[in-house]
Design a binder for this molecule. Structure first.
Ligand SMILES: NC(=O)c1ccc[n+]([C@@H]2O[C@H](COP(=O)([O-])OP(=O)(O)OC[C@H]3O[C@@H](n4cnc5c(N)ncnc54)[C@H](OP(=O)(O)O)[C@@H]3O)[C@@H](O)[C@H]2O)c1
Length: 324
């Protein structure tokens, strides 16, 4: 395993972060692993040297955090654990979502209880809260740090102007800034290269892209996308603009390069991420031990500058996806 320093945090993380949206309960989404299989997958990830895990309170309505906590029991200190807050957890309780102080404090406590941990390493805001002033959110997040409930705070998909506003708000109030950005970024969605990624570079913010395999679109030929349970039923995947612009041709070039190098498509798509200086660790989602091993092997794949250019060339700007 390779490790890198996550932004300016001083925290060393594996270059692959394991996404835990796929663990919890299949009652939530058909393609999610139930507890035993989830535990087995996290165990293999640890054997492979992965020390970085990303979950959220909303994944499997809290079950993902519970399974992750169980999997990490007895070795919590060696692991870097990230979770998220924002989406409403209880339909009957409007304060179980959003980014007001009450929601942040209560939902963070609930996350820690499910994880069986005293502190998170990284608490991320899952989305921007248009109803709460950013000053309120940044103060509540900074207080969570002071109370020892999280070591760092991070953002997720939002506009670059919002991220800049949050950072400057934190600075002007003497609060901790966002240390990380978890954004939507892959070979089929590169809008983040315009503003967000250069901004992160400027602020020393660690970048941990979500859906680095475009929810599977970069892991198999485009005409076979519906061949898996997740492909067939993942309504979010269908909403992303992966095959608008030049997406189909990018997918075909990933196929070509994978065949040429005798590796898998998913490995080419991940190798591309590993070659991007602004990416610290892509957050890989998988329900398969074999696919997890593929991801780790992808760290050894060398892409030339012309390989990278060839993969990127057909891309055309697409509509914003991942936030509003
Ligand atoms: N902040 C946010 O708003 C946000 C949004 C989405 C996701 N996330 C985070 O990002 C993580 C990853 O997201 P994601 O699951 O959408 O990402 P992804 O890694 O882009 O896609 C996962 C899909 O790719 C397939 N796959 C993975 N490796 C493969 C391989 N070697 N060969 C063939 N297929 C392969 C998986 O199938 P198998 O299961 O069969 O391997 C799965 O269907 C989540 O777990 C979550 O932590 C965050």
């Amino acid at each position: 395993m390779e490790y890198t320093t996550l932004g300016d945090t001083g925290m060393e993380v594996s270059r692959i972060c394991l996404g835990c949206m796929s663990f919890g309960t299949s009652d939530w989404r058909e393609w999610v692993l139930d507890e035993d299989e989830g535990l087995e997958l996290v165990e293999r990830a640890i054997e492979l040297g992965i020390n970085f895990f990303d979950t959220a309170n909303m994944y499997s309505d809290g079950e993902s955090e519970r399974v992750l906590g169980k999997a990490l029991e007895g070795r919590r200190d060696e692991m870097v654990v990230a979770s998220k807050v924002y989406f409403q957890m209880d339909d009957d309780d409007p304060n179980s979502g959003g980014l007001g102080r009450k929601a942040i404090e209560q939902e963070l406590d609930n996350s820690l209880e499910r994880l069986g941990m005293d502190t998170l390493d990284l608490l991320q805001i899952h989305r921007w809260d248009h109803d709460t002033p950013i000053e309120t959110t940044m103060r509540a997040l900074d207080d969570a740090i002071r109370r020892g409930k999280t070591r760092y705070v991070g953002g997720s998909s939002m506009w670059a102007h919002q991220f800049a506003e949050a950072q400057y708000t934190a600075d002007s109030l003497g609060l901790d800034r966002f240390a990380t950005m978890q954004n939507h970024y892959n070979l089929l969605y590169r809008e983040e290269e315009r503003e967000m990624l250069p901004l992160c570079e400027k602020f020393g913010v660690g970048v941990i892209p979500w859906s680095p395999l475009a929810r599977g679109y970069l892991a198999r030929p485009h005409e076979e996308f519906d061949a898996t349970t997740r492909g067939e039923s993942d309504e979010h995947a269908k909403r992303h603009p992966y095959f608008e612009g030049g997406g189909q041709e990018v997918n075909e070039r990933v196929q070509e390069l994978a065949a040429e190098k005798d590796v898998k498509m998913a490995q080419i798509a991940l190798a591309w991420q590993f070659h991007k200086d602004w990416v610290d660790a892509p957050i890989v989602g998988t329900t398969s031990i074999e696919h997890l091993e593929d991801a780790v092997e992808a760290l050894d794949i060398k892409l030339s500058d012309s390989d990278v250019e060839y993969l990127e060339e057909p891309y055309q700007p697409v509509r914003i996806s991942g936030h509003e």
